[in-house]
Write a protein that binds this ligand. Sequence first.
Ligand code: OAD
Length: 233
Amino acid sequence: MKNIVILTGAGISAESGIKTFRDSDGLWENHKVTDVATPEAWQRDQELVLKFYNERRKQIRKAQPNNAHIALVELEKAFNVYIVTQNIDDLHERAGSSKVMHLHGEINQSRSSIDAKLVYKMTHHEIKIGELCELKSQLRPNIVWFGEDVPMIESAIPLMLQADVVIIIGTSLQVYPAAGLLDFVTQTTTIYNIDPNSVMESNDNNLIIIKQKAGVAVPNLVKQLLQDIQIRK
Ligand code: OAD
């Protein structure tokens, strides 16, 4: 089976009601990113950071996968599908995708603030001040903040190298190292980019830009890819 790697960003969850990062005057849910999503913010005001992510968790748990998340599951009938997402939500998993890698962490996990390897699944809604890991340090969200390492990138690179098709959905490709994953795609790989405001420029036949919302474009593309594979059989 052919390998399809799907790189997703905030835009795929926009139609599920979760705000993107760079579509609203540089503010994210009325906060400056530096006030809530950096190690410095955590040092300065743990309560504010926890409150911010507790609200995000509640919002994400109420949201539902949309047509784009759901359509991607269909691809698994005919391809090896790997989803590499920058999103911290679990909408790909809830739609039914089986292989999902989260580059920037997961909202439904907490972690030790002194040992990044101590990660815990969260069933409750909130992390509170005073909730400690087994090493007795305050729990924080298991999110990669600006300025922190992205350990999952090492596992994502081999997927990009082996991809026959890459589909990039709803990401501004402004954040590294995630955006740099495209440098590992081979020249014969077909790349699709679905984003109404795509900034990619196509001067070769292997890059196909679809300037539409994910909820419309992804189901259409999935249908087309499944039809193409039927015809070839
Ligand atoms: P951005 O907010 O930077 O980009 C979202 C992209 O989605 C934009 O290019 C929009 O045009 C596009 N978009 C909006 N609505 C869409 C729709 N309905 N269908 C398809 N595309 C749509 O979000 P990311 O690229 O995901 O990191 O941001 C990358 C990282 O920066 C995030 O993971 C987060 C952030 O700060 C951390 O929190 C570490």
